[in-house]
Design a protein around this ligand. Structure first.
Ligand code: SF4
Ligand code: SF4
Length: 112
């Protein structure tokens, strides 16, 4: 009996589309609610440092004097706190997370 159940499943699977995506050869489909990469409209940033203070992992580094905003992407856990607290609403979280591959440590701290 178990054999027929298994055979039925195998036969069904033969004629179905694969349940998996051959990423990166095919497009990655994400839910509209999926959290992803943080990006910034730097022209609106006032370098108040609120996002840095609220970030639980210390991924964001803001310097008021030099007017820089940097994020260490490998530290980001996509919690979204920085987006919520930004008084200028210049941070955004996209539902895509396809970034160029990083090969140097200093690239972790480049602007979004
Ligand atoms: S909270 Fe917003 S305005 Fe303030 S430093 Fe961060 S990104 Fe810039
Ligand atoms: S999403 Fe969360 S972990 Fe990532 S930079 Fe913003 S506050 Fe930090």
């Amino acid at each position: 009996m178990q054999f027929f159940v298994m055979a039925k499943t195998v036969l069904k699977s033969l004629f179905r589309k694969p349940a998996t995506v051959k990423y990166p050869f095919g497009p990655k489909m994400l839910s509209e609610f999926a959290r992803g990469s943080i990006s910034i409209d730097i022209s609106r940033c006032i370098f108040c440092g609120m996002c840095q203070r609220k970030c639980p992992t210390g991924a964001i580094v803001v310097t008021r004097e030099e007017k820089t905003w940097n994020i260490a992407r490998l530290k980001c856990i996509t919690c979204g706190y920085c987006v919520e607290v930004c008084p200028k609403k210049c941070l955004q979280m996209s539902n895509q997370y396809t970034e160029p591959m990083l090969t140097k440590h200093e690239d972790l701290y480049k602007n979004a």
